[in-house]
Design a protein around this ligand. Structure first.
Ligand code: SIN
Length: 496
């Protein structure tokens, strides 16, 4: 079932983008990609192997020799052109996202804007890479630093943002002068491939951007990217478990790593918060992409003085959601990515119910719509022994935990092994400063549930990983600092 695109040539089936060309897997094998809303076949993609990926790495290594010598301004122009093409083709890219990921079309359009904004941002960063002049400690020496691209980068991206996660990695890599091999997610490869086609049209030199696909050979390709001697850096967005495995593999060649891993975001509402603002923030944070983002609120802590009012207002908003196929008018929430996701969500709901939680909205699968749909759910009376307290649900379930004191809730929030995003709502400036400094996370939303912005550093602490994406720091993840020491510079001036 080919998608209806304004430009059908953006829909690439059975081919990957390697060395500026569209190529099939060496074995000729393909895998199927299905629409999570309907279960229908969208198309097939090459089942790449380690050997196919080696070709992409070789192309990136060759391209690096030339690409690294381009000026920042030249790389900036390429990224800007790519950004323009993404915006010109935003309707088609959004269609592909909704088709393979399931998120409602309006959200998919939002994602395309967000994704393209990383090319725009890093097109602006590329010409502004500066080194330092450092006062030397040794008489007669002069010390300067320059920043150099690290080399070939292996980029492994997830299905929850089929466009934005690839651009958030490729943008800074290219701005720094690196070349890339991106492993697209098996669930949502067509968006990545369409973006690769736009790279081609933007005139990105061959070999600089390579996009490979696989479903069944994912571990093999992950291993190739993390162990190949020609790859200098790996950037991964995905689960903490897979991140640990990749890190272990990457130790054999000491790769530079960026790991954007799982979260279990605490979302805290204090008695002094504006309740309507907090409800709106919780809706935005918890139910964005049906709860399938790493920064979604996972544990919603509400202080006892406002618990009932918050729960009532929050539940009322959730009851108004319209779940269905993301292409249909008025749909606010689409399916989850696959039935393993709905099963995990259901397990978390059942676990909470068994331990005394009360489901006040939803709580069921939606077989009438399809096997990947789950009712947006609100559970009250949550306690810390429930699975949601310690595991990321990655689905549309909001568990509301009551708490008494600031100290108690900060301790609960920090009890997680991970620390990606956190949110809290308060109108007390002293508390805002105190709690923002106390929470063990990489990013905090204060009185907002939405923190994603190309200008803001994105990344976590603890077992949510390390490295920062986007922002002025993002490009540094793709650069080495080289120190140049000039000796014999302190001789006296000649002549009288
Ligand atoms: C993620 O879920 O990993 C990314 C979310 C975002 O960029 O907002």
């Amino acid at each position: 079932m080919a998608p209806k695109l304004n430009d059908p040539s953006l829909f690439k089936t059975d081919v990957c983008y390697v060395n500026g060309e569209w190529v099939k897997a060496g074995s000729g094998k393909t895998f199927e990609v299905h629409d999570p809303a309907t279960g229908k076949l969208i198309g097939t993609c090459p089942e790449f192997t380690a050997k196919d990926t080696d070709n992409a790495i070789a192309a990136a290594a060759t391209a690096f020799r030339e690409f690294r010598t381009k000026t920042g301004r030249e790389r900036s122009k390429l990224l800007r052109k790519w950004y323009d093409l993404m915006m010109e083709n935003s309707d088609d890219l959004a269609t592909l996202i909704t088709l393979e990921n399931g998120k409602p079309l309006a959200d998919a359009k939002g994602e395309v804007n967000y994704a393209a904004s990383f090319f725009e941002w890093f097109s602006e960063e590329a010409p502004r890479v500066y080194g330092d002049t450092i006062p030397a400690g040794v008489p007669g020496n002069r010390v300067v630093t320059i920043k150099e691209p690290v080399g070939v980068c292996g980029l492994i991206t997830p299905w929850n943002f089929p466009a934005a996660m690839i651009t958030r990695k490729i943008g800074p890599a290219l701005a720094a002068g690196c070349t890339t091999v991106c492993k697209a997610p098996g669930e949502t490869p067509f968006t990545s491939l369409a973006i690769a086609e736009l790279a081609h049209r933007a005139g990105i030199p061959k070999g600089v951007v390579n996009v490979v696909t696989t479903l069944n050979n994912t571990p093999e390709i992950g291993e190739t990217l993390t162990t190949h001697p020609a790859v200098q850096k790996v950037s991964f967005t995905g689960s903490t478990g897979v991140g640990k495995l990749l890190m272990k593999q990457a130790s054999s060649t000491l790769k530079i790593l960026s790991m954007e891993l799982g979260g279990n975001a605490p979302f805290i509402v204090f008695d002094d918060a504006d309740i309507d603002t907090a409800v709106a923030g919780a809706i935005a944070s918890k139910f964005r992409s049906s709860g399938q983002t790493c920064v979604c609120a996972n544990r919603i802590y509400v202080q006892k003085g406002i618990y009932d009012e918050f729960a009532e207002k929050f539940a009322e908003k959730v009851r108004a959601f319209k779940v269905g196929n993301g292409f249909e008018e008025g749909i606010t929430h689409g399916p989850l990515i696959h039935d393993r996701a709905t099963s995990k969500v259901d397990d978390h709901v059942k676990d909470a119910e068994k331990k005394g939680g009360k489901v006040v909205v939803g709580g069921q699968k939606m077989p009438d719509l399809g096997s990947n749909f789950y009712q947006p759910t609100v559970i009250t009376g949550m306690t810390k022994d429930m699975a949601i307290a310690s595991e990321e649900t990655f689905g549309p379930v909001a568990g509301l935990f009551p708490f008494d004191t600031e100290k108690e809730v900060v301790d609960l929030a920090n009890a997680a092994e991970v620390g990606l995003a956190g949110y809290f709502f308060s109108r007390d400036l002293e508390r805002i400063t105190r709690v923002a400094e106390a929470l063990e996370v990489g990013m905090i939303g204060v009185n907002t549930g939405l923190i994603s912005d190309p200008a803001a550093p994105f990344g976590g602490v603890k077992q949510s990983g390390f490295g920062r994406e986007g922002s002025k720091y993002g490009i540094e993840e793709y650069q080495n600092i080289k120190t140049i020491t000039y000796g014999g510079m302190g001789k006296p001036m000649q002549g009288s």
